[in-house]
Design a protein around this ligand. Structure first.
Ligand code: F6P
Length: 551
């Protein structure tokens, strides 16, 4: 199999990079008044402006040539057709079936998954509505006031991100809490204000073996049993979402309280499945349907839009341009919407667990850069924290900025100021401030020529720093669904270009294996000498220092 870097299309991009790398976007904008119209696309209420990128028409042409020759369209069709494209785990990749609102069957290993998907969604909605309408009662016949979702990674970040993002749609008299960390502080802090008689736990784990989740689930069960005498009554307080029904049953979850997921849904792509139960409880079935509809709209766009108008394809290829030609090592995701504060963390898993890989589909070591380091935070907060590096640091950090044109409870004074910041930051990153401008500014302030000469270098901004801007009308369920699905497909396309399997995650195994082994040693409590000197030293120090009462 040809490596992407050996393709003539890759070589053409390398040559093109040499030709355009010194172009400044400021000059490009001056020369191309239609750059915004040319380089922006719309999907329903989402405007995607990619004009502030270091691209020319030829760049886009060459990037799309690369996408074409890497068979992006064929791989996309194979994914939707349920082929076993997750070859290292022998699985289809069908999270798109979870939001397939058409009558089209979708098959994994020759079986149409849609009937099961629909019936499981029905069960999820039934439970959610029973909780929301106070028909679901705890053991002492009280309605549920608090739902605690216990899970981690893909069984946690999606529901957490979405319930936060969709706060304006949340039911008021029910609180949704999340516990992910095995650190007892997390569950202790959560449970200390809750009443077992009015609390419902969702144990969310595809494998139902993840240590963090299982330890927290045991603690939750013990906490319930302090108040609920009869173990059979736990059925009123614990449900599970898993692909491992046997393990959930063995844990003591009643069969009617187990919601199924399937091996063809990757954890980090699973918020559309029963893993989304906390979202449905929070925002209700209709709004969850709107979330699915938004994702479905993005799926249809990805399936049918020509590459040159295909938003996830363009997002992906711009990422390839910076990652593999400019040598950018990271990307920043910067929502200008407080409710999207967990969006970067969600994308961090989606992107880095998918494409953080160094072995290609043929089992060979890659000789090129793959997935970038994705980081991010709320844009406004980041301006006062790490934007300094984005503006004047030595690293090129392409950034995605996202903002709503309006808010659910919009206060014009706040919102206009917010929007002025996103526009200003993207403009500043693009234009920068050259010496002439910086000098003129300092002169205007009345500074002496000598002082100006000293300060001038610090006042110059190189600019030419790329941003993508997503503007959407308001952050409603449909828009959120579309945004997430666009990113999912972007990640998919990049995985195809890098010739990776984006759907396995073997890299998380080693640490888990070692932790299990070391846990046995900590339980034994006797000094160890079978690790390296540092690990032995740390374990033995811990064993000596830990308070006796922990045991
Ligand atoms: O450790 C990584 C991981 O396997 C993720 O891929 C997954 O989303 C998370 O753990 C949780 O796994 P599970 O849902 O099986 O508990």
């Amino acid at each position: 199999m040809t490596r992407p870097t050996d393709l003539p299309q890759w070589k053409a991009l390398e040559a093109h990079f040499d030709a355009v790398k010194d172009l400044h976007m400021r000059d490009q904008f001056a020369a191309e008044p239609d750059r915004f119209e040319k380089y922006s696309l719309q999907l329903n209420d989402i405007l995607f402006d990619f004009s502030k990128n270091r691209i020319t028409d030829e760049t886009m042409q060459l990037l799309l040539d690369l996408a074409r020759v890497c068979d992006v369209e064929q791989w996309r069709d194979r994914m939707f057709a349920g082929e076993t494209i997750n070859h290292t785990e022998g699985r289809s990749v069908l999270h798109t079936a979870l939001r397939n609102l058409s009558d089209r069957p979708m098959s994994a290993a020759g079986t149409d998954v849609m009937p099961e998907v629909r019936s499981e969604l029905r069960r999820v909605k039934d439970l959610a509505e029973a909780v929301r309408t106070r028909q679901w009662r705890g053991a002492s016949n009280q309605p549920i006031t608090d739902v605690v979702s216990i899970g981690i990674g893909g069984s946690h970040l999606g529901p957490l991100m979405a319930t936060e993002a969709l706060r304006p749609y949340a039911i008021h008299d029910l609180k949704i809490h999340y516990v992910s960390n095995i650190d007892e502080n997390h569950i202790n802090n959560t449970l200390e204000v809750l009443n077992p008689e009015t609390t419902l736990f969702i144990i969310a784990s595809k494998s139902f073996t993840t240590q963090d989740t299982m330890v927290n689930a045991e603690t939750a069960k013990a906490w319930l049993l302090r108040k609920i005498d009869n173990e059979a009554d736990l059925t009123r307080h614990m449900v599970a979402v898993t692909a491992n029904v046997a393990a959930a049953t063995a844990f003591g979850i009643a069969p009617e309280n187990i919601f199924k997921m399937w091996d063809w849904v990757g954890g980090r792509y699973s918020m559309w499945s029963a893993i989304g139960l906390p979202i449905v409880i929070s925002i209700g079935s209709e709004n969850f349907d709107a979330l699915l509809a938004g994702a479905y709209a993005a799926d249809e766009h990805f399936r049918s839009a020509p590459l040159a108008q295909n938003i996830p394809v363009i997002m992906a290829m711009l990422g390839i341009w910076y990652n593999n030609f400019f040598g950018a090592e990271s990307i920043a995701v910067l929502p200008y919407d407080q409710n999207m504060h967990r969006f970067p963390a969600y994308l961090q898993q989606a992107d880095m667990e998918s494409n953080g890989k160094c072995v290609d589909r043929a089992g060979g070591a890659v000789n090129y850069e793959t997935g970038p380091i994705l980081f991010g935070e709320i844009g406004i907060a980041s301006q006062h924290a790490f934007y300094q590096l984005l503006h004047q640091g030595t690293k090129l950090v392409p950034a995605d900025m996202l903002a709503p044109v309006s808010n659910f409870r919009c206060i014009a004074r706040h919102h206009r100021a917010l929007m002025s910041n996103i526009f200003a930051q993207a403009e500043a990153l693009m234009r920068g401030k050259d010496e002439v401008e910086a000098r003129a500014e300092l002169q205007k302030s009345g500074m002496s020529a000598e002082a100006i000469d000293k300060l001038l270098p610090y006042k110059v901004f190189p600019g030419n720093r790329p941003t993508n801007i997503f503007l959407f009308y308001t952050l409603n369920p449909q828009t959120l669904g579309s945004l997430i699905a666009l990113y999912e497909h972007k990640i998919f396309v990049q995985g195809i270009i890098w010739n990776l399997n984006s759907f396995d995650q073997w890299g998380v195994e080693l640490g888990k294996q070692l932790a299990n082994h070391i846990l046995d040693e900590l339980n034994r409590g006797t000094p160890v000498d079978n690790h390296d000197a540092s690990t032995n030293g740390l374990i033995n120090y811990y064993l000596r220092m830990r308070p006796r009462r922990i045991g």
